[in-house]
Design a protein around this ligand. Structure first.
Ligand code: ADP
Length: 394
């Protein structure tokens, strides 16, 4: 059974075609610069990579090419063979605690939730509508980034603000990266050979969040009402004292929108390092003993260690701490700094294993006698979408 896993962003569309339930990836690819000049797409098939530059005026044009390529590469001989298309949808609000088959009501709800995710939900919807046009009648499923964290209890998701803000405006902690946290927390249970466990998942990518997961249920997570809360990120500030905002508006004359853009796009590691929001660029400067790069790393590590410690206590101890996403999977340097800081809890890094676990490898990075084992687990949000789509449509 063939299932597509799709992630439509404002100017991109990523896809993977799976043979299910084997979870075999038959083809994957990305359409980039959709709606912009110099648009192109990349297809990976059978160990080969093809890049083509084509005009892509919108997502419909991208999906049209995608389905034609499925026929051209004989991934399918007929569109009937595509049993479902699963979409990543960023915000499901408190309406969706799991993935759902898309119908008109779901589309309306996702649209209404665009208020909470104005940059993401409309782009996700464009992807869904483009597939409906390209393969009329195809079954589609929405998989929400927020759904996994719907298990948070009131005492964790409510802010200490007037209750009518929650009642009238849906102000609460939602949490994001749900499919990644779910994938990693399930995978570590397989590695631990345990059904029930307390796990801390550190999704350290350009956007970053940490979650505390008990027996497969998210108990707490670092992102909040929006993905700007929590950890220091590539270009986002993470947690700040909100009072600096009215203060800065008065002092600088900037508008609230300008300050918001700075906190979102010009803060975080980019602002502190003065180099880049990309970790690789910053790490290359650490080798040259660049002071700002070193400072940025320390601030980053402080923020990660703070959340791990908090969740260690919230969970009453942990069976595993997992690192995933671009930085978590690849930066042995940052992992070393983090685990060394946790030595007060009895964690013991195995330096050799830590260096080994990069570029897609999965395994432990701590010594046998570490109080808590730490794992590197490459995340796979795409397969989670395919699994949920398959489960709902079979
Ligand atoms: P997102 O999906 O949020 O865009 P990713 O999970 O792809 O983010 O992570 C991107 C981050 O991972 C970037 O900061 C990048 O520099 C970092 N990264 C990727 N590879 C490495 C590496 N080998 N060493 C250090 N950092 C890396």
């Amino acid at each position: 059974m063939k299932i597509l896993s799709v992630n439509a962003g404002s100017s991109s569309l990523k896809f993977q075609v799976y043979e299910m339930p084997e979870e075999k990836v038959l083809m994957k690819g990305t359409f980039e610069r959709v709606g912009l000049d110099h648009a192109f797409y990349t297809i990976k098939y059978n160990g080969e990579k093809v890049i083509k530059e084509v005009p892509l005026q919108d997502h419909e044009a991208a999906v049209h090419i995608l389905v034609e390529e499925l026929l051209a590469y004989h991934i399918v001989e007929d569109f009937d063979e595509i049993k479902g298309v699963g979409h990543r949808v960023v915000h499901g609000g408190d309406t969706y605690a799991s993935s759902v088959i898309i119908n008109d009501h779901v589309l309306e709800t996702v649209e209404a939730l665009s208020d909470l995710a104005p940059l993401h939900n409309p782009a996700n919807l464009t992807g869904i509508k483009a597939f409906e046009k390209a393969i009329p009648g195809v079954h589609q499923v929405a998989c929400f980034d927020t759904a996994f964290h719907q298990t948070l209890e009131e005492e964790r998701y409510l802010y200490a603000v007037p209750p009518e803000w929650h009642a009238e405006y849906n102000i609460r902690k939602y949490g994001f990266h749900g499919m990644s946290h779910k994938y990693v927390s399930e995978r570590v249970n397989e590695l631990l050979d345990k059904k029930y466990s307390n796990v801390i998942v550190c999704h350290l990518g350009n956007g970053a969040s940490i979650s505390a997961v008990r027996d497969g249920r998210s108990v707490d997570t670092s992102m909040g009402f929006t993905p700007n809360a929590g950890l220091v990120m590539g270009s986002r500030s993470g947690d700040i004292d909100y009072s600096m905002i009215p203060f800065l508006i008065k002092k600088t004359g900037k508008t609230i929108e300008e300050i918001d853009t700075i906190l979102n796009k010009k803060s975080g590691m980019l602002a502190i390092s003065g180099i880049s929001s990309d970790f690789r660029d910053i790490e290359s400067k650490i080798a040259e003993k660049n002071k700002q790069a070193i400072l940025a790393h320390h601030i980053y590590v402080n923020s990660v260690v703070g959340y791990i410690a908090k969740y260690y206590v919230e969970l009453g101890g942990a069976d595993a701490i997992c690192f995933t996403a671009g930085i978590g999977e690849n930066s042995s340097h940052v992992r070393r700094m983090i685990v060394d800081r946790l030595s007060c809890l009895g964690l013991k890094l195995d330096r050799e294993k830590n260096e080994e676990m990069r570029f897609g490898k999965e395994g432990t990075i701590t010594k046998e006698d570490s109080s808590v084992p730490c794992f590197v687990i490459p995340t796979d949000e795409e397969v989670m979408i395919a699994r949920d789509t398959y489960a709902l449509l079979v």
